[in-house]
Design a protein around this ligand. Structure first.
Ligand code: 3HC
Length: 696
């Protein structure tokens, strides 16, 4: 008996408890242990029924994702074969779902003849989020238990359902609330003489065969570049058109194919990367944190308003401070308008909106911030202005309050100097629109205490954000990389490419939009003023003249109905503008470039080389703790396609030696913007990995 499987008997009932923390995943050891115990149970004439349950709060979170890349030991059966053998048992086997039953966990439960669940249990097939399909019978058994529509909803959507809903759709037989294990044993006694109930034997019939194509249409907008959602639909469809055995065969083939493909590997990398971000050296469960029960935002503009909405959404009262009453009122009015849009789209009820609005109050008096637990400054990017605000905050805020800046590029160490509490000063860099975007770059300045770090990391979770800890440096992590890649895109335009060609290449790679469309959205004037600031740091490097020239025309982007593109009335998608093309050609001429053709591949290579090399610099300088942290930032903040795993993982897939050579090559054209990173050079020569690189 392996340790991860416990076995007990009560009367004629056997009880398997899967005890494989933290998630009771179906590792090789667990599968082997269950297989042996089930085989013994089938032979044991003293036992009439068997229960399978989980220790702790989870039943089983699925197959062990860490073992996906490992060779299965010869004496361990494949999970799908184990589940088939459970279904074939001549005596009843009952799954007692004490908590989460996900992926292979739910498949295991569906191979059992009966299922009982704790009222708090959740049941789901989230495999699609890892770029795979359920691979142990889920696509064939789930439709047999709940019908086509519900099976598609669970398998293609990937979200779990609650025990109560599972009961309603026939996925579980009873909900047990009292003493879960005793009640499960009582249930087993009730059914033990009634024979088995193999799910695979249930006959399937389809009433509306158009449902599958309808689902294919439905998932299109959110499945660009993905294969798994479509394969999920095909496998569920196959359950209705084939024998159970044929369906299982098809499912297996597709599962293995997807599991061994690049896209799922990338998505699994992202799964673990998201878990790594919470691991901060020196921070433990015991690190003291400040409870954030009230907050304030300084600056009632778009960013400040969006940040305030996050607090209200998390039921935390928040004050918005600005200089004039008018500015405060306008800011709050915009928040209401944003919420009203959510009511119109059916996301929130009017009642919810009213409750949230009650939590948001405006003020022009710093004294009103004296008792809040955290203040987030979200004003214009001006160092002196910010220092003035922090000085005020230092005077009025209670001593334990955290003072955070939402700056996207300024030096937080310098801001902290005006306070007497540098340990409580940090950055919380939200991405725009702040009420929508999931990413928060949490910035640790040189004197920020570990308690402050712990508090803001926890705050990110409370606000339902993905918080990544970064260090102080120009543009932190995300924007530092973005600015270099955007410059390279502009240099290519000066040399012969066109903005729409570059945008198309970047879009086709899987980004939601290219750098020029993004600039039109954020503002050409905004990028221009950032560039003026950056001249202080990088004045000796090649500058993007085309951006300066465009700025001079007053084409600031969507807000002026034209930037790199022209926007027809009411259109959010721009069309190429001949005037801009003329400006580009003239600029090239003035700069002495003989315009040349760029292939799509060259555009992609140059753009990504800029991202990756700057990412490597960021790691070298310790601004990010791990390559995988950068991948999370780029996925959540800039829409780097998840199925490519983020720039650092992607670099590994392409080959670091190849990337390094490209960077050296482009260095000639772009000078220090693409100065080869020493870390990249080292990892390339050692056969190392950027995606797995960690500074500790
Ligand atoms: N395999 C291996 N490790 C797993 C795991 C799994 N299926 N599920 C969770 N873990 C690990 C996490 O990596 C983490 O490890 P760490 O502490 O070393 O970082 C630990 O369990 C705790 O996980 P979380 O930090 O995510 O804890 P939460 O309580 O926030 O969430 C969860 C728990 C909802 C179970 C979440 O971890 C999750 O969604 N897990 C993945 C579920 C999933 O995708 N299952 C399908 C797997 S594929 C499959 O089953 C294929 C089959 O069809 C053949």
């Amino acid at each position: 008996m392996t340790e991860v499987i416990k076995f007990d008997k009560e009367d004629r009932i056997g009880l398997i408890t899967i005890d494989n923390p933290p998630a009771n995943a179906l590792s090789f050891a667990v599968v082997k242990g269950i297989a042996n115990t089930v085989a013994n149970f089938v032979e044991d004439t003293e036992l009439s029924a068997l229960i399978i349950s989980g220790a702790g709060k989870m039943f089983v979170a699925g197959a062990d994702i860490r073992e996906f890349n490992m060779a299965r030991p010869k004496d361990v059966p494949e999970l799908h074969n184990l589940i088939n053998s459970i279904e074939e048992s001549p005596k009843p086997i009952i799954a007692a779902l004490n908590g989460l039953a996900l992926g292979g966990g739910l498949e295991l439960a569906m191979g059992c003849h009966f299922r009982v669940a704790h009222e708090k249990a959740l049941l789901g097939q989230p495999e699609v989020k890892l770029g795979i399909i359920p691979g142990a019978g889920g696509t064939q058994r789930l439709p047999r238990l709940v019908g086509a529509e519900m099976a598609l909803k669970m398998i293609v959507g990937g979200e779990p359902i609650a025990a109560k809903e599972a009961l309603g759709v026939g996925l579980v037989d009873e909900i047990l609330t009292e003493d879960f294990i005793s009640d499960s044993i009582a249930f087993a006694k009730k059914v033990m003489s009634g024979g088995t109930r193999p799910t695979g034997k249930i006959k399937l019939e389809i009433t509306d065969s158009t449902i599958f194509d309808k689902w294919r249409d439905k998932i299109k907008p959110k499945s660009r570049g993905l294969d798994a959602p479509y394969e999920c639909v095909s496998c569920v469809e196959a359950a209705f058109n084939n024998s159970f055995e044929k369906g299982l065969e098809l499912e297996r083939k597709i599962f293995v194919n997807l599991r061994d493909g690049e896209k799922s590997k990338a998505m699994r990398h992202m799964f673990f990367a998201e878990r790594e971000i919470n691991k901060v050296p020196g921070l433990s469960r015991n690190t003291e944190t400040l409870d954030i029960n009230s907050a304030a935002v300084v600056g009632a503009g778009t960013m400040g308003g969006g940040i305030a909405m996050n607090f209200a959404n998390a039921s935390i009262p928040v004050k918005i401070l600005d200089i004039t009453k008018d500015a405060v009122e306008t800011g709050i009015e915009i928040i209401r308008k944003n919420y009203n849009r959510s009511v119109a789209s059916g996301r929130f009820t009017q009642e919810t909106v009213e409750k949230r609005m009650e939590l948001i109050t405006g003020t022009t008096d710093y004294q009103d911030l004296s008792q809040v637990d955290i203040v987030i400054e979200a004003v214009f990017e001006d160092m002196e202005l910010k220092k003035g605000i922090f000085l005020e905050l230092e005077k009025v805020c209670k001593s334990e309050a955290i003072l955070a800046s939402n700056t996207s590029s300024l030096d937080i160490n310098e801001i902290a100097t005006v306070t007497n509490r540098p340990d409580k000063v940090c950055g919380t860099h939200f991405f725009s629109p702040a009420n929508v975007m999931k990413l928060m770059e949490n910035v640790r300045a040189k004197d920020t205490s570990i308690e402050t770090v712990a508090t803001i990391m926890r705050l990110s979770k409370t606000l339902k954000k993905t918080g990544v800890l970064v260090g102080v440096g120009d543009g932190f992590v995300g924007n530092r990389m973005m600015h270099v890649a955007a410059r390279v895109a502009e240099f290519m335009v000066e040399e012969g490419a066109l903005p729409w060609q570059i945008d198309e290449v970047i879009y086709n790679f899987g980004f939601p939009m290219g750098p020029f469309a993004m600039n039109d959205l954020a503002g050409v004037d905004v990028r221009y003023s950032i560039r003026q600031e950056q001249k202080k740091l990088y004045g000796d490097r090649r500058q993007s003249i085309i951006l300066e020239n465009l700025y001079q025309t007053g084409r600031f982007g969507q807000k002026t109905n034209g930037g790199w593109y022209t926007y027809d009335k009411g259109e959010r998608k721009g069309r190429p503008e001949p005037e801009v093309e003329t400006l580009i050609v003239e600029t090239s001429k003035k700069l002495g470039f003989k315009r040349r053709k760029f292939s799509d591949q060259e555009i992609l290579d140059r753009y990504l080389a800029a991202l990756i090399n700057t990412g490597a610099h960021v790691l070298e300088e310790g601004l990010a703790m791990r390559g995988s942290d950068i991948d999370v930032i780029w996925n959540y903040g800039y829409g780097f396609p998840r199925y490519r795993g983020g720039p650092m993982f992607y670099a590994d897939q392409v080959g670091l030696d190849k990337i390094y050579k490209s960077v050296c090559n482009y260095n000639t054209d772009y000078g220090d913007w693409l100065r080869p990173s020493i870390l990249l050079e080292r990892l390339a020569s050692e056969g190392g990995s950027l995606g797995k690189y960690s500074i500790d």
